[in-house]
Design a protein. Structure first.
Length: 95
């Protein structure tokens, strides 16, 4: 958990899913079977991110979402939006 922030579980993964569909689905597979509009081989699926918390700890995901990254349209996520996206990403971990 990031210091000073609410645990991701307290945020609505539903809001994160909406944000992911609008901002992330162009390059990332945001859910199993939901193929990206314009696949980017360098963009890991959300399941891959959620499934490897050592490589993708919450703090790293938060940092990546704090600014634009490769081929991402300019958009500034609020801290709450970032936490909601993280909650959604983490919900994609294979059970």
């Amino acid at each position: 958990m990031l210091v000073g922030l609410t645990p991701c579980g307290a945020f609505a993964a539903g809001e994160g899913e909406e944000l992911a569909q609008h901002h992330c689905a162009k390059c990332h597979e945001i859910a199993p079977g939901v193929k990206p509009e314009t696949p980017n081989a360098a963009a890991p699926s959300f399941a891959a991110i959620a499934g490897d918390p050592k490589k993708y700890p919450e703090a790293r995901i938060f940092a990546v979402l704090s600014g634009p990254h490769a081929k991402m349209e300019p958009y500034a996520f609020t801290a709450i939006e970032r936490q909601s996206l993280i909650a959604y990403i983490q919900s994609q971990a294979k059970k």
